[in-house]
Design a protein around this ligand. Structure first.
Ligand SMILES: *[C@@H]1O[C@H](CO)[C@@H](O)[C@H](O)[C@H]1NC(C)=O
Ligand SMILES: *[C@@H]1O[C@H](CO)[C@@H](O)[C@H](O)[C@H]1NC(C)=O
Ligand SMILES: *[C@@H]1O[C@H](CO)[C@@H](O)[C@H](O)[C@H]1NC(C)=O
Ligand SMILES: *[C@@H]1O[C@H](CO)[C@@H](O)[C@H](O)[C@H]1NC(C)=O
Length: 958
């Protein structure tokens, strides 16, 4: 009976939840979560997206109203489920290149949507017609995807549209215009922006596209396949400020009423097939930037009215059939910066005039018929007169008669009165000289008013505008840097942006989606001289580790439940429902208790698989599966930094910011519990400066994982191959050889029981931020168990090229097998050649090239050219001798690692290099004292300033 009442109440409860709609949104979000890779870790806390803890989700009255997840590295598509979020107003998934597939027609159900931003994703296929149902839409940005097919005519129904950006897709077909019942773009009278550039749109620009009711300010149709003439209706849209019709196949006469567009400041009609007279533009008194280049205008002289356009900064009329003499006062236009009148038939005498613009930077008059130049006085502008008669006389050496070398501005925001520190790999020094992981991307300004890139005050101004905006918007920004301004082939001004977090060194997800939205949604508006932009960001994957939002999320959830109940029902039902709610809350609390139990070390020692008691560890800690899942962003693709025989290696970060590398055994390749325990007990006792330290392990839910420190500068192999960009001179190579040798000597002589590495190779020697060598990967290591055991018989494992031939033949593994591999590493260190390259073996190659009677043993030709000048390779001969002793055929002819260390120390001393204070004997002493407690070599360094890993972080995979 009681049970039946309960059942009934549960049914009522569920129904109430459905009528409030909350459950539905929750299911949709869960579906998205399951569908996408790399959702924020906070999405794993609690099941209620409106609980307040889910990054990128905003709710009102328990309905999802905004999803902002730009630059999250999401992978997947946009499933039809999204259509269930009927209260959604903002959807910003910009800068997730991993979002692919077609745009579901279910977006048409999102009737409340005002902002749909999918900038720079990987969507393909047609833009669904249903998009025309989104009557409240104000911002539609589908730019920089792979959309195909025509622009849906239904977009014409979006009466509230303000911003329409479809640029940089693969759209084809003609521009839709209304016709009776059929909608068209001409109906978008509230739209200010038509950005359709960089597509394959074709056909005429229909006269019906424009009318006097429109309020467009930016018309960007550049780089399409539009043909026919420019319709004279364009002259009706008097609000226009930027007109880009360049790089199409437009022909015919430019309609004269274009001169009515008195507010135009930038106009590009270049690279078409326009004919007739050069258009009269006297009405455009605000015109800054004019490009009419590469058209078929009738032959004419340079129009005299140009000088009446006092705002001009840039005049480009390359190859436009201009003849006659350039007017003397042409360069007196006060703000003139760049003039390109090349490839015309200008003749007579050139005069810069007595009063040229003080901003004049570049005058390109190459390939004309100019016979003389009156003004040979000192001028600071870049003047190009190549291929004019006056430069063809013999003996002419004037500077303007040769082509200038490239004149790219190399601006980069300077440090703010501080000395930039050298940062570890992946980190960048901010203008305030803090090492951090910046959010990076590029601005593409499609119609700036200026053309000179050398005026650095412009960039300083943009910097200030950005900082002012970020502060006002309460975004966690410390500083911004602008870099490498340039013009691209579309004549867009490209400026790279780096945004630095405050506090450093990383942004959290809320910070990133806030920045992404501000830039994808054009919330940041620069001053008018920059005009419109597109921002393209790279994925950000250096997030601060999430602080667990689990408990607070749960709290929110229960209170929300209370509100729903309170507002939905009254009377006695309420009482019973409150009891249910209390039961629910109790359950939640139990769950919380469960999670806190999980963080107890060894709580998750999997005792089911006969693995005995939890292991006795020195310093290494036990992680739960859930913890490591969180630290690696659900073992995401981007955090996967390597693969080995045993499984995958992942990068992650601990809540304290320490970077870690996780070796996750593949199902099936994991060992028995006892074996695993033995291994981690052993590894946890191994502490040495030249060995990658074990931080912990996971033996939980059938998983076996080892958690190591992450070593920032990656493998020695990557440095030798030039991949990492770290230059290794002879001194550094010696230091690395000695470090690795000390690490191996420790394993052989001081670890208890001794450990044979079994897979010594340049791939397993990592370099930290100070290029200290750290030997990695003990996965294949085998301890020598008995005290007087001299070898162990095992199945042969290792890597071709490094493998001891004796071990290979006898299957008897000794320490000397590591010595052999180390000898190969030494040869690789001086030659930077792979052990086996084009079926040639490095050991034989060196032996054959060697002539002991010559200087450097005559090895100059096989040495790595980047090792340094031969005069500085002190001790190289001894180094080669040592390497060749290490690769002797039989183990007993090879030196022990301790001898190798001594000899390397000797070689370093010979070269005058400091072999480091740590002699091999003090190594053991320091181990004895510091080995008692887990003592990370850099545990006192600040967040991220230290080490860890198998490869440098992939900062921005594209
Ligand atoms: C402009 O709007 C007015 C008022 O809504 C309308 O009567 C007129 O037909 C429109 N003109 C054009 C060219 O669409
Ligand atoms: C031209 O620009 C000015 C200033 O922005 C504005 O007030 C005016 O309305 C614009 N003219 C037209 C025809 O839109
Ligand atoms: C250009 O147009 C203006 C106004 O429409 C007119 O006054 C002027 O005479 C024209 N100039 C030329 C050279 O056609
Ligand atoms: C210069 O060009 C103009 C216009 O093309 C032409 O009429 C004139 O004869 C040319 N003068 C000389 C000196 O070639």
């Amino acid at each position: 009976m009681g049970a039946r009442i309960c059942q009934l109440l549960v049914v009522i409860f569920i129904q109430i939840s459905i009528t409030t709609g909350q459950n539905n949104d929750r299911e949709v979000l869960q579906a998205l979560k399951n569908y996408w890779q790399n959702t924020p870790p906070s999405w794993d806390d609690g099941s209620d997206p409106c609980g307040g803890s889910w990054d990128g989700i905003r709710c009102t009255n328990s309905r999802v109203t905004a999803i902002t997840l730009s630059s999250m590295n999401l992978v997947g598509g946009l499933p039809g489920d999204i259509g269930g979020l009927t209260e959604l107003q903002i959807l910003d998934l910009s800068y997730n290149t991993g979002l692919t597939g077609s745009l579901t027609s279910q977006v048409g159900n999102l009737k409340k949507l005002t902002n749909l931003l999918l900038v720079g994703c990987g969507f393909t296929g047609p833009i669904p017609d249903s998009i025309g149902n989104l009557e409240r839409l104000r911002y539609l940005s589908l730019n920089s995807n792979g959309f195909t097919g025509p622009i849906p005519a239904s977009i014409g129904n979006l009466q509230n549209l303000y911003w329409l950006d479809l640029s940089a897709n693969k759209l084809t077909g003609s521009l839709p215009v209304s016709n009776g019942s059929k909608p068209g773009l001409d109906m978008l009278t509230h739209a200010k922006h038509f950005h359709f550039g960089d597509n394959g749109l074709s056909g005429n620009i229909p006269p019906g596209l424009f009318n006097s009711n429109m309020t467009l300010i930016h018309l960007l149709f550049e780089n399409n396949e539009l043909t026919g003439s420019i319709p004279n209706t364009l002259g009706l849209v008097k609000s226009l400020e930027v007109v880009r019709l360049d790089r199409n196949g437009l022909s015919g006469i430019v309609p004269s009423n274009i001169n009515n567009l008195i507010n135009v400041t930038e106009m590009f009609l270049s690279n078409n097939r326009l004919t007739g007279v050069v258009p009269n533009l006297t009405g455009m008194s605000l015109l800054n930037y004019l490009d009419l280049s590469n058209n078929s205008f009738d032959p004419s002289v340079v129009p005299s009215w140009f000088t009446t356009l006092r705002a001009l900064t840039t005049v480009k009329m390359q190859s436009t059939n201009l003849g006659g003499e350039l007017p003397v006062d042409f360069f007196s236009i006060p703000q003139l910066q760049n003039v390109d009148l090349s490839d015309n038939r200008l003749n007579g005498t050139l005069s810069i005039g007595s009063n040229p613009s003080t901003q004049l930077q570049l005058v390109d008059l190459r390939t004309n018929q100019i016979a003389s130049f009156t003004q040979r006085r000192q001028y600071s502008i870049e003047l190009i007169l190549v291929d004019n008669p006056l430069c063809m006389e013999s003996g002419v050496t004037d500077k303007y008669c040769s082509l200038p070398t490239t004149t790219n501005a190399s601006y980069s925001t300077p440090p703010n009165n501080c000395v930039p520190p050298s940062c570890s790999s992946g980190l960048v020094s901010s203008p305030n000289c803090q090492c951090a992981f910046p959010y990076m991307g590029s601005f593409f300004f499609k119609a700036p008013s200026f053309s000179s890139l050398g005026n650095y005050t412009i960039y300083a101004s943009l910097q200030d505008q950005l900082m002012t905006f970020f502060r006002k918007a309460n975004l966690p920004v410390d500083s911004v840097a602008l870099k490498n301004p340039s013009r691209n082939l579309d004549d867009y001004l490209v400026i790279n942006l780096e945004v630095y977090p405050s506090p450093g060194p990383s942004f959290n997800r809320t910070g990133i989606v806030g920045l992404g939205f501000a830039l994808s949604n054009q919330t940041f508006k620069p001053t008018k001289d920059f005009n419109t932009y597109v921002f393209m960001s790279t994925n950000y994957d250096n997030f601060l580790p999430e602080t667990s939002g689990g408990t607070s999320g749960t709290k929110h959830k229960s209170s929300n439940t209370g509100i729903i109940i309170g507002s939905a029902v009254g009377g006695s039902v309420l009482v019973v429902l409150l009891v249910l709610a209390a039961m629910y809350a109790f359950n939640q609390r139990k769950q919380v208790e469960r999670t806190s139990q999980q963080t107890q070390p060894f709580a998750h020692w999997d005792q089911t698989s006969k693995s005995g008691d939890a292991p006795q560890l020195k310093g290494a800690r036990a992680f739960t599966f859930e913890e490591l899942k969180k630290y690696t962003n659900n073992f995401s693709e981007t955090n996967n930094i390597g693969v080995g025989g045993y499984g995958m290696v992942y990068r992650g970060s601990l809540p304290n910011g320490q970077l870690i590398a996780i070796k996750r055994a593949r199902q099936g390749s994991s060992q028995g519990g006892l074996e695993f325990k033995t291994e981690i007990e052993l590894l946890s006792r191994v502490h040495h400066k030249n060995l990658v330290g074990l931080i912990g392990f996971c033996f939980d839910q059938g998983e076996q994982m080892l958690v190591y420190e992450y070593v920032v500068n990656g493998t020695l192999k990557d440095s030798l191959s030039g991949k990492s960009g770290i230059r290794l001179d002879w001194a550094r190579r010696l230091k690395i050889a000695l470090g690795a040798a000390r690490g191996l000597q420790y394993l052989h002589d001081l670890a208890d029981p001794p450990i044979i590495h079994r897979d010594v190779k340049t791939n397993n020697i990592l370099l930290d931020e100070r290029l200290v060598a750290k030997v990695a990967d003990f996965g294949l290591s085998k301890p020598m168990s008995g005290a007087n055991q001299t070898h162990i018989t095992t199945q042969v494992k290792g890597t071709m090229g490094y493998m001891d031939p004796e071990y290979y033949m006898t299957q008897q593994l000794t320490e000397k097998s590591d010595v052999y591999s180390f000898g190969v590493v030494m040869l690789e260190l001086i030659t930077a050649r792979k052990p086996i390259e084009k079926s040639r073996y490095i050991v034989r190659e060196v032996k054959q090239a060697m002539d002991k009677n010559k200087e450097l043993y005559g090895l100059q030709d096989v040495l790595d050219p980047t090792i340094g000048l031969s005069s500085q390779l002190k001790g190289l001969e001894r180094f080669v001798d040592l390497a060749l002793r290490c690769v002797e055929e039989t183990g007993n002819q090879r030196p022990a690692m301790s001898e190798v260390v001594k000899e390397l120390e000797g070689i370093m001393a010979l070269g005058g290099f400091n072999p480091g204070t740590q002699s091999s004997s003090s190594t053991s002493a320091s181990f004895e004292t510091s080995g008692k407690d887990y003592d990370h070599p850099y545990s006192n360094d600040s967040l991220f300033a230290y080490s860890g890993g198998f490869m440098p972080p992939k900062l921005h995979p594209k």
